[in-house]
Design a protein around this ligand. Structure first.
Ligand code: ADP
Ligand code: MG
Length: 261
């Protein structure tokens, strides 16, 4: 059974999509089988994989709203071992239609568990909102990764994420764990340093030890249509996402060991 990870933060521009793409590719490099699902109507992850949103027949919108099997919506990526379910601009409508349905929170969870999917990790790239789609992603996930910048307003916005996590745990997914990931870090920036220390004090082991620093290569890679690990394999961004992948693999292994002990 694949390990399902939601990448979410209600703030835009905090590197959700960059993290989904780069972490997915780093995990794929280790020989693991990866599925990315683009749940953002803006379709940045879809575009970064060279697929034009709105030009593909089957999308995550069909999986969520029409019960289409995930296997029917798969597209290849340039990374061996990594596939994607693309998004569609129609997902904007899903955000409105979903909540009317009973048990809508489980639509993704059910879709992911209905088929025997041959993946080690499934990464869900969420839209920058706390609507029905994000809620269904958090209900499906074992782990929520919350990318955040070391900026005052970003750190503040984490309060809302924590409230949402408590609600999901109470109502639909008691097992949901989370890890905060500091992204777009500038080590020379004093404010970043202070906020990073505050986040460490507040969240302790709820924070990934790995941080992702600013690297302009990460801005270029989606334009080229390749993940950073292929576009600039030796860049700092590549290295840090690989370290993150290893930290994640170790964490998941620890969870499995403690469950079977
Ligand atoms: P989100 O999905 O949360 O809206 P994105 O992943 O699209 O955020 O990132 C927002 C912008 O920041 C994009 O232009 C992306 O290329 C850029 N970016 C993300 N991470 C980094 C980084 N570590 N260094 C430099 N630019 C980055
Ligand atoms: Mg995004």
């Amino acid at each position: 059974m694949a390990y399902i990870i939601a990448v979410s933060n209600e703030k835009g521009g905090v590197a959700k999509t960059t993290t989904t793409y780069s972490l997915g590719a780093s995990l794929a490099e280790t020989g693991r089988k990866i599925l990315l699902i683009d749940l953002d109507p803006q379709g940045n992850l879809t575009l970064a994989n060279g697929i034009e949103p709105g030009k593909v027949a089957n999308t995550s919108n069909d999986v969520i709203l029409s019960g289409l099997g995930i296997k029917e919506a798969l597209c290849k990526t340039s990374t061996p071992g990594m596939e994607i379910v693309p998004s569609s601009p129609a997902l904007v409508d899903a955000e409105q239609h979903l909540p009317v349905r009973s048990n809508y929170a489980f639509c993704l969870s059910n879709a992911l568990r209905a088929e025997n999917l041959p993946y080690d990790y499934v990464l869900l790239d969420c839209p920058p909102s706390m609507g029905a789609i994000t809620y269904s992603a958090l209900t499906a996930a074992e782990l929520l990764i919350v990318p955040t910048q070391a900026e005052y307003f970003s750190a503040y916005a984490l309060r809302d994420m924590m409230t949402l996590i408590r609600k999901v745990r109470r109502d639909s997914n008691p097992r949901l764990a989370y890890r905060i990931l500091i992204t777009l870090l500038d080590q020379r920036n004093r404010t970043h340093k202070v906020i990073r220390e505050q986040l460490e004090q507040t969240f302790g082991s709820g924070l990934f030890q790995t941080v992702i620093e600013i690297d302009t290569r990460l801005r270029e890679s989606p334009i080229i249509g390749l993940p950073i690990t292929q576009y600039r394999p030796n860049s700092r961004g590549s290295q840090q996402y690989r370290v993150l992948a290893q930290e994640l693999i170790d964490y998941v292994q620890q969870q499995k060991d403690s469950q079977s002990a």
